[in-house]
Design a protein around this ligand. Structure first.
Ligand SMILES: Cc1cc2nc3c(=O)[nH]c(=O)nc-3n(C[C@H](O)[C@H](O)[C@H](O)COP(=O)(O)OP(=O)(O)OC[C@H]3O[C@@H](n4cnc5c(N)ncnc54)[C@H](O)[C@@H]3O)c2cc1C
Length: 405
């Protein structure tokens, strides 16, 4: 049985036409400055306010949070409508809905496990774009090895006092709230049992952030320091010492288990048609590259892989086809999808020959340097939320039941 059984296909295709029409009349004009290709490159106030206005427009027009509960700002509709809206937005390459940590992981976590108070307090601001969320998991020496984090949260009456530092905090300098993993018990027998999970305010006294520049030249994440920061004890999510379980649930959303739950475009994706366009446009020895048999062979391999990914994504929508290994397709999509796009974008550069060395800002760069920037940006997705190696380990151990070694 599919999730949208009972909805007339005519209703869905009318809806799709409605979205396409809305996009046609509402997509903002080119602002004249470089927009981010992913939510991890929001690096200036100018970009932030443009994206905030856009996200607000998408939400207030009913195309974001469509499957979230109505009483908290969502649309209360079957998820298929959100999937269709997202497909149309991706196709039209509209700007991204930037508040991804809220939309993609903090929000679904609060909906699934939060108290009524937490739902009431946080959900609507995530959708409207008013309240930006960041994630305080990684620390300078603890990224993949998350269970060893050292940032401390000590209970003091009705407050917790936080000390330590986080790193790679996407939008840390703009966020109003952080999903924070901190150690409340350094003596716990198992290191995982000493961790707690907080929905922490970022305007608390003693929090400072320092932006970090990326390979692309853009900014987008920060180092985040906590110096005797006092937050209300009510910021604790769940029980003290249960943080690891909540963090793992959050990572499930981040790694794809709830992909697209809130909707919106998180990353400007490239599709095979974009690659084929380059192969037709770029000439070698007076002929379009598309005529070259080796190039054609490579392109066909990419096309097959893209189609397999697309079919796998559709399989997720049919629960009976995922009963053997629940979450397997969603989890493997992060690994296979991000690695596919990295290779595909790298190939786009190969096709450009010597021009592949020209970056954004060079007037001779192919398609304004879009591919060069997209290739470098792609490393973010193969590292953030768990590196490809870690993701492969998770699938091997937890989905396929392979031995740890
Ligand atoms: C663009 C971007 C945005 C990010 N945003 C955030 C954010 O908002 N909040 C946040 O908390 N974090 C964020 N991160 C951090 C991200 O989660 C970590 O970088 C990631 O988990 C890897 O940790 P690390 O950088 O410490 O690398 P390490 O853990 O030091 O890994 C280094 C290398 O060793 C490999 N490795 C490590 N352990 C194993 C193992 N057991 N088996 C096989 N290989 C292994 C890794 O795959 C990697 O190749 C972001 C990262 C990026 C790139």
């Amino acid at each position: 049985m599919t999730e949208h059984q009972g909805i007339e296909s005519g209703e869905l295709s009318d809806f799709r036409k409605g979205v396409a029409d809305w996009i046609k009349h509402n997509t903002p004009a080119d602002p004249g400055f470089l927009l981010p290709q992913t939510f991890m490159e929001v690096g200036s106030e100018q970009v932030l306010s443009f994206l905030r206005e856009w996200q607000h427009k998408v939400w207030s027009s009913g195309y974001l949070g469509m499957a979230w509960p109505k009483e908290y700002g969502g649309g209360g509709m079957p998820r298929i409508f959100q999937q269709i809206a997202d497909e149309e937005m991706k196709k039209a390459r509209v700007p991204i809905c930037f508040n991804v940590i809220g939309l993609g992981w903090a929000g679904p976590l609060i909906i699934d496990t939060g108290t009524d108070f937490e739902k009431e307090t946080y959900l609507k601001g995530i959708l409207s774009g008013e309240d930006i969320w960041c994630q305080g998991f990684s620390e300078p020496n603890h990224g993949s090895d998350l269970g060893s984090i050292q940032t401390r949260a000590e209970r003091d009456d009705n407050e917790y006092i936080i000390n330590g530092s986080k790193i790679w905090t996407t939008m840390g300098n703009y966020a109003k709230y952080m999903i924070l993993l901190a150690r409340t018990d350094s003596q716990a027998e198992r290191r995982y049992n000493g961790l707690s999970f907080f929905l922490a305010p970022m305007d608390a006294k003693g929090i400072t952030t320092s932006p970090i520049q990326k390979l692309t030249g853009d900014y987008g994440f920060t180092e985040t320091f906590f110096d005797d920061v006092r937050i209300p004890a009510s910021c604790l999510m769940g029980e003290e010492g249960h943080g690891w379980r909540i963090a793992m649930q959050t990572l499930q959303y981040e790694r794809g288990a709830e992909a697209g739950a809130a909707g919106g475009v998180a990353i400007l994706s490239t599709v095979m048609n974009d690659l084929l366009r380059i192969a037709k446009d770029v000439q070698r020895d007076g002929e379009p590259l598309m005529q070259d048999p080796v190039t054609r062979d490579n392109l066909v391999k990419f096309l097959i892989e893209e189609q397999a990914l697309y079919l796998a994504e559709n399989r997720v929508k049919i629960p009976a086809l995922c009963a053997d290994y629940p979450n397997s397709v969603a989890l493997s999509t992060k690994l296979r999808g991000t690695e596919f796009f990295r290779r595909m974008r790298q190939y786009a550069l190969t096709l450009q020959g010597a021009s592949s060395a020209l970056y954004v800002g060079d007037e001779d760069a192919v398609e304004g340097g879009f591919w060069q920037r997209a290739y470098m940006n792609n490393f973010s997705t193969t590292i953030g939320g768990g590196t490809s190696q870690i993701q492969a380990n998770i699938i091997g151990e937890h989905v396929l039941g392979l031995p740890k070694d």
